[in-house]
Design a binder for this molecule. Sequence first.
Ligand code: GLA
Length: 382
Amino acid sequence: MSKKLIKEVKQSFEKQFRTEPILVFSPGRINLIGEHTDYNDGFVFPAAINKGIGLAIQQSSYNTSKVSALNKDESFEFSLDDIKPVENGGWRNYILGVISELQNLGLKIGNFNSVFAGDIPGGAGMSSSAALENSFVYGLNTLFDLGLSKAEMILVSQKAEHNYAGVKCGIMDQYASMFGVKKSALLLDCRTVASEPFKIDFGDYRLMLINTNVKHDLSESAYNDRRSVCEMVSEKLNIKALRDATLEDLDTLKPEITEADYQKASYVIEENNRVQLFSKAIKEHDLEALGALLYQSHDGLSNKFKVSCVELDFLVQEAKQNKNVLGARMMGGGFGGCTINLILKHDFKKFKKEVSKKFQSEFGRSCSVYGVKLSQGTHLVN
Ligand code: GLA
């Protein structure tokens, strides 16, 4: 967590509202492996990171509520009696979505003032939206004594995303952001919504994120489209979700579904198995196996599930050519954002320089490279 971020929102809040706020930090996330498996009741392996949203919030005696987005230098004032999505509202809709879902639960919140800021690179696929939703649900829950558990709060955040941002996401992002454990990744079963923390120590290797700095437009509609393909296949197989299917089960549907849909469903079944193999390889400290699974995951995402893009494929191809990178893959929903790479610590700087140069000359714009620290989930800051 950045202390500077918290200090900034606190100071800005105090200057605007002349009273002391409560402070919340809610992190973004990475995902080691298990992509597009969460809404198939499957397994994922995310971790909260040290970048996120800082929120300063306090009750207000006025009859409207106010939110200021510090990074954007934008403010928004609204009445709690008339909550609905704002057309092209961007960040506003995540917050309104959270309020609306709390109201749908019959919970009563009063007016509030708030200031938030973030240090997650936008569009990087590191879940700035889940961090924003979680910061508000957590802040409002504390401020108005709503009595929600963390498990209940993430469902509020997820529904906000479904109903106010129009993305039928799974539970991974909100879960990882809320429940993150320092220095650990969480093996999460998205059916039971229970996780096991794994201490992450890759020895001489570390994680590197490379951000393409692109987010192609089709990402949201394509996401919902992938989800409906998975649901259609499960329905035909008469199972609750693809988590319950084997490749042999899927083969029985071959005459009935298109080749493209067959490939997509087979990716999900294989990826779900890869998450299990990944957790086993972590336990055995088998770094080569971890790397190979990352490459396999990317291959499936790109060629079968078709959610990659040229920039992501380029970065993974570059990683493959460096023997000090054990594995790499695109991370998150796809169509832009970051790749996650497992790289020899000593080679971090050199590869960063090389890959940045090559990306620039291939696409005429720059990529960004980050290291990450695995961190605690959403919490109050004193
Ligand atoms: C987005 C969604 C998640 C998950 C990933 C893909 O981040 O919000 O629920 O489906 O894509 O793994």
